[in-house]
Design a protein around this ligand. Sequence first.
Ligand code: ADA
Length: 558
Amino acid sequence: MIRLFREHKVRTVLSLNGCWTLKPLDESGRSFTAMVPGVWERIPALARYRGKAEYSRTVKLEKSANVLLQFGGASHTARVFWDDVQVASHYSAYTAFEALVENAVQGDHTLRVEVDNAYSEESTLHIPNDYQTYGGLNRPVEMQTVGDAFIRRMAFTCDETAEGSYDAHVRVYVKAIADVKNLTVSVQLAGACAESQVPALAAGEETCIALELNVQNAQKWELHQGNLYDLCAVLVKDGQLVDDLIDRVGFRTVKVDGEKILLNGRPVFLKGFCRHEDHGQFGSAISPDAMMDDLYLMLDMGVNSIRTTHYPNDPRFLDLCDELGLLVWEESHARAIPGEIMRKPLFAEQCRVSNEETVKQHINHPCIYVWGLLNECESETEFGRSVYETQIKQLRELDPSRPITFASCRHFSDVCLDLVDIVSFNIYPQWYLKESTDEWTAKEIAWMETAGAKNKPIIFSEFGAGGIAGFHDPFSRVKWSEERQADILEEQLTSLLNNPRVAGTYIWQFCDVRTSEETAWCMRRPKVENNKGVVDLYRKPKLSYNTVKAAYTAKNEF
Ligand code: ADA
């Protein structure tokens, strides 16, 4: 299942999760049985394999049909072959893609996916970094069959017109495989419905049908109350149901008002964690049960928000955040990309696609309150500004309903703060910086107000300290001990949670993560891990767990 609920009742869907044959494309001739979704690093012989590998399996088609293959994600580059004919290619581990095979005939077919996790000139976002790029089909795979036309996606936004009443704006994207006419699309949502004719479409054409619905007496989507409604679209041809798509949406408003972030009109304080999709057991292919375990831990610590550092997350994780009423800062893929890479035309193109896929695929999640981009990239130069400007414009066009932010580390030099709705900085007082958090933030906020942050919310989007799980030093409390990590977090949280100018905080980070060994600064990463997690890679809490829990549970969110 690509999502945590049923997306189709009309369209035929077959899960392709389970066992596939996996062959590294090297000289060895080795072959393995691999679980999908999964990363190949879980197989001991491939624990450090970087390069190309081929996943293959046979799929049986009960009757001839147009086949739509849905890939939740492949890490990081994929080429898909249906009976040896290439039908799709995709870059980036963290967004979904599809492959359409028209008029496939009944019977057995070979499905092969060549996956590549190499760092190469062709990859500007997956580079050696402070997190691991795994290899494999890391998210679920599904085979669907569709007729001459199908619903490709939906986009939902809403405006509150009176208490509990909403104008819902729904766009339904219909794609034709053959020439089609006499199509009608209708949508149902919370007791309201709307319908529209679809203009005749030529083969290959896609159209967007805009529908307006007025919903009365809706239960708001709130913090810790994820009230969700099914948004059901069906496609009818000559009186016959031919396709459908179901998503889940929530009625809520998010606005920025001066220095405050308003959820349903009320200023909210974000008590958050940054979280990488990494787990000692699963790598980046985390099962929904284990995702839920992460959320139980974060909720226990008093969290109300998560930042998906540094890429869009598995939609099943977002489904859980929708259910639980947690606010999400979702970020398109990019972490501290060096200036020389940012200047490559391929970087602009890979970011453009990543931004577009992120928003188009995740726009309906009520949990997402802000889009983030380009974490710690070159935001202090005129060139950098032009990159931020282009991408922020693109995000605003894709979704005018949500605010935008980016996490900066260009202290006292950033020239892009005026471009965003929420100003966010990553700071590490007492860890990388000598100053106390009060000293640092006093200086930095005073400067920010002059540099574009005036009358805008300020978030501290990262702060924290390293702590090697199991390393204790209760007396001298040296750096890397669990004690020192807890001391530093306590100092940082006490300062930030009591600063009236701060609208939210995201601790770096929820769990320890693996990092790349190929980076020049790997020697500052003991065990080749980023050890700033409050729990370790296997989710064992460190001393700082209780420090965070005490601070976050004592802080009001409204
Ligand atoms: C940065 C970066 C994180 C992580 C962190 C650290 O702020 O955004 O990805 O690398 O530093 O641990 O130093």
